[in-house]
Each structure stands twice: as structure tokens, then as C-alpha cells.
Design a binder for this molecule. Sequence first.
Ligand code: AMP
Length: 179
Amino acid sequence: MIIFLGIAGAGKGTQAELLHEHYQAAPLSTGEILRSHENDKRIKNYLREGVLVPDEVLLPIIEKEAIKRTKAKTQIIFDGFPRTLSQAKWLVHKINEGKFKLSGIIHFQLSREVAKQRLLKRHRYDDTEDIIDKRFAQYEQNILPLVNYFRSEGFKIHDINADQPVEKVFQDLKSALGI
Ligand code: AMP
């Protein structure tokens, strides 16, 4: 299991796809999974508002998807998860229980300005300026305590500069993972 942390627009999805093409790794994008549950009105409303989906809705979905992917492939790439301290605690518990095996935590770093320029280009329905700003604010509020929590539990965080060409970011990613 590989954990991708980083602001929306940092290229986590692109890097997850690259890993998927070259290695036995299956991306698990929380946002994508949630968007595939859009017929659930409650979930769609959270996405439209750009607010986090509550744990009691999200965690069972994540667990089910993770088990499905573990059966099919060796590695899971968590993209967009965990995003809160309680989600990180849930994950660390699963790792400590031996349910998930952790290969690395990657933190993709990018300024808000560059991230926003990138997001406004991709024309997704929840990529309006308002919603983007909310997602950024959440990232800033949530990611730092989360990184500190992982460190305090003895996990190493690999920081990667995401403001580089895709291939260079991928190289940095591979060296962080030792592959
Ligand atoms: P993303 O595709 O990662 O930008 O996520 C899009 C939306 O999905 C977010 O604005 C949240 O509403 C929801 N979401 C994604 N990841 C999480 C998470 N870990 N916990 C709760 N909600 C999430």
C-alpha cells in the first residue's frame, strides 16, 4: 500500500496512473469512487459542496474497495485518502493489525497558485473557483496534523516537489519508493 498526500491539482492521479502502468499497483482514488456513487443523493451533495464525506459513509466504501483491489493486484495506491486525522488513525490501525502493508507515504508539494491554474484547466464539475478554494482550505487545515501524526507513529514521509514535469515527478516518486 502506498499513500499519496497532497493538494488537489498536485498530479496525484496522474502519478498513480503511471505507477499503475509500470508496476503491480492499483490506484484507489477516493474522489473517483465517490463520484461513482453519485446516484446516492447524500454523497452527491457533499461533492457539490466540496465538503468532506463523513467517515461513517466513506470508511465502509474504502474498506470494500481496498479488499477488492488487494485481491486483484499486489499494491494499492491511496489517492485522496486519508484526509483527516480520524481517517489516518483508522488506516494506521489496519496497518498495525496486519490488514494493510505500507510501502511508503508520499507528500506531493505544490503552491496553491499553480494548483489552481491546473485545476481550472480540467473542467470537472466540482472544479469551480469556490469549490477549489474550499478544498484548498481543507487541505491546509487537515494535511499538516495528519503528516505529524504519521511521523509520531514512526512512519517516514517522502516529500516530492510536484511543480516539475510529470516524468521528473515520476522519477522522484520511484526513488522515494526504492523501485
Ligand atoms: P478529489 O477528487 O480528491 O478532489 O475529491 C473530490 C471530493 O471528494 C472532495 O471535495 C470531497 O467531497 C470528497 N472526498 C475525497 N476524498 C475524501 C476523503 N478522504 N474523505 C472525505 N471526503 C473525500
